[in-house]
Design a protein around this ligand. Structure first.
Ligand code: ARG
Length: 407
């Protein structure tokens, strides 16, 4: 009996060619799984068109899984708790969607009695790592196949291959950009952007094209770390993210242009469009400034870096990431309140206010006016003892640090 493989199918050229190529070269049966993680935003194709393509390419079946709420409520939510930004910038757009897809691949592999899963990634990127490490973390017995690492086809070869096998594709031989998209944003690569000095072209951008030059002010409400409403209108997280992508993105906010370190040792120039992700994380961490106790807050900042690295590196289903999630979740119990944000074209975002019933900000302690409740005299002994070690050290050194350099 032929080996059965469940393929993470996007409907694009590479994964369509992968179906036929695996059948021809490896003699396997292929089931396609298309996981909707929110990439449907501006798609001109229906699922029926995409399914027809998979079947034309030779797939036994093509299954559509709607994982938009799962992506939001589990994956984006954890990233919000952790204020996750890889290398301090990238909110893990593609890195967050891969474990969602992996989980459904494994699920469908069980359903179809497959012994392997497959993906369309090349050998140069992070996504292959996320697919393979993720699959093995959930299903150590499943094999992972990566046809695009074996076939040695150029894009033009793939187009010819699809034509030869009558696979109906929209792609042309000179597609310029590689775009990966989900609820949390878009990653845009290739073309002119491969020169890190060249400014990114507007052409492939969708979310952050300026459509509104008027200032936009809005309030995001959080309950225990999660954004639940915009301007007092409650909505599910997936809708809230979509709405912010639209409203903040219209002012041009949310574009990142950066050089990042891939897991596989390559530096790459990346352009991202992620207005909602950056706005939510910005607002969330600002609210944390107001409510988190200092030591928790400082430790959390250290662990956030680690969390983002783990997820970037494909370790979503790892015990360390799970343990860090437990820490993050515990810190969110008091992260309830509102954050006011002002967006102003082109691309500026400023937080202009925050409030919380759990605020640790105490006006009586902070004020310099007559309402001051702070006991100034208490500071005298405290500061003396705090600086005592340094004073003792300095007395032994003589006055050698006290002379300013000659100007
Ligand atoms: N460099 C980003 C990451 O590793 C984006 C990857 C985009 N993926 C893609 N298949 N185009 O998360």
């Amino acid at each position: 009996m032929a080996k059965r493989v469940v393929l993470a199918y996007s409907g694009g050229l590479d994964t369509s060619v992968a179906v036929r190529w695996m059948i021809e070269e490896w003699g396997v049966e292929v089931v396609c799984v298309l996981v909707n993680v929110g990439q449907d935003a501006d798609s001109s194709e229906s699922f029926d068109d995409i399914r027809a393509r998979a079947l034309a390419a030779g797939a036994l079946d093509c299954v559509l899984v709607d994982a938009r709420d799962e992506m939001a409520d589990e994956f984006c939510a954890s990233a919000i708790f952790a204020n996750a930004r890889y290398e301090g910038k990238y909110p893990l757009v593609s890195a967050l969607s891969r474990p969602v897809i992996v989980r459904h691949l494994v699920d469908q592999a069980r359903r179809f009695n497959a012994t392997a899963v497959a993906h369309g990634c090349t050998g140069k990127g992070n996504d292959q790592v996320r697919f393979e490490v993720g699959t093995h973390a959930l299903a150590p017995d499943l094999e992972v196949l990566a046809p695009a690492r074996n076939w040695g086809l150029t894009r033009a070869d793939s187009v010819d291959y699809a034509q030869k096998w009558n696979i109906p594709i929209q792609a042309t031989k000179d597609k310029i950009y590689s775009i990966d998209e989900n609820l949390w944003g878009r990653a845009v690569e290739c073309g002119a952007m491969e020169d890190p000095w060249a400014a990114p072209p507007e052409e492939p951008m969708t979310l952050t094209r300026v459509r509104n030059t008027e200032p936009v002010e809005l309030t995001i409400s959080f309950v225990e770390g999660l954004p639940v409403a915009i301007d007092q209108v409650a909505m599910p997280l997936a809708n809230l993210i979509k709405s912010l992508n639209d409203r903040a993105g219209a002012t041009g906010f949310g574009r990142l242009d950066m050089v990042e370190n891939r897991r596989v040792g390559i530096k790459s120039r990346e352009v991202y469009e992620c207005p909602a992700a950056l706005a939510i994380i910005g607002a969330h961490s600002d609210l944390e400034d107001l409510v988190l106790e200092r030591e928790v807050h400082h430790e959390k900042a250290r662990l956030e870096t680690r969390w983002a690295e783990l997820v970037y590196d494909g370790m979503w289903f790892s015990p360390l990431k799970e343990a860090l999630d437990a820490f993050m979740a515990d810190t969110q119990r008091h992260v309830t309140g509102d954050v006011r944000i002002l967006f102003q074209a082109p691309g500026m975002m400023r937080i202009v206010g925050r409030r919380s019933p759990k605020a640790l900000y105490d006006h009586g302690l902070a004020t310099y006016d007559a309402a001051d409740t702070f006991q100034h005299a208490d500071s005298e002994g405290y500061v003396k003892i705090y600086g005592l070690g340094l004073k003792t050290w300095a007395a032994r050194q003589g006055a050698k640090n006290a002379t300013p350099p000659a100007s």
